[in-house]
Design a protein around this ligand. Sequence first.
Ligand code: FAD
Length: 233
Amino acid sequence: MKVNDFTGMFSRTSLTIDSIENPHDDYHVITFDYPEGLNWDSGEHGMFTLPGKKVTGRSFRIFSIASSPSENKLFIATHANEPVSSFKQTLFSLSKGDTVNMLGPFGWYKVKDSTSPIVMIAAGIGITPNRAMIKQLEHDTRRDVFLVYSSSDTHLFKEELDSIALNNPKFHPYYTTGRDQTRETYLKLADTLGNDAIYYVAGTPKSVKDISKRLRDNNVKFTHIVFDPYFGY
Ligand SMILES: Cc1cc2nc3c(=O)[nH]c(=O)nc-3n(C[C@H](O)[C@H](O)[C@H](O)COP(=O)(O)OP(=O)(O)OC[C@H]3O[C@@H](n4cnc5c(N)ncnc54)[C@H](O)[C@@H]3O)c2cc1C
């Protein structure tokens, strides 16, 4: 982490909702009108509040920006566990033209160099910052990018990820459903790539802690692991 990773946290942007979609099960994708002049790095996140709305409990949530600036789009995605929180119920009830506030974007979870192979390990909705980085690297054929994407239900964005893989032979997505299968897949990659690669791990704090410990037990150096623990889950 560098000081630069946090400079964006002091800027506030009002975002206007373009659409709220519910593509699968309890997953929601919220797209905003593209805010001209807003800069961010793929993988960063923002702190969102709902101005003028009454929310019980915590009045903010942090969401990763799931899109890359190269797409000229800004959207976030979330999974609403039962019971759906007051914040998310209110967010999902908003309509096109309503506004939310975002502090940021900021964060440390971003592409670190232009040559190292990348292994992304995304647990569930932890796909969001990885999707943004994969879009950034969509046409990059200089290094291999591996995605180990575990989900016990839906693999959000799967069709899109498959289409990127069809066009870029250096992008290798693996979709897993169980803990053992996920572990076996990323540990095999760690065995092959070792400390030549950079490992990006995003998901619940518990899953991030477990995965990074297993990587370190398999001789991956701490400095080669980038974490995005979704505190709050
Ligand atoms: C850097 C970062 C990036 C993040 N990016 C994303 C992202 O892209 N997408 C995303 O969805 N989230 C992301 N998060 C997490 C997000 O900020 C929220 O914490 C998360 O979505 C949970 O919010 P919630 O409103 O659903 O649950 P909360 O109300 O915050 O509750 C937390 C958990 O407790 C459970 N719970 C709450 N009340 C009860 C109850 N009465 N009984 C049983 N269970 C209960 C909920 O189901 C939930 O799983 C990120 C967090 C960080 C720190």
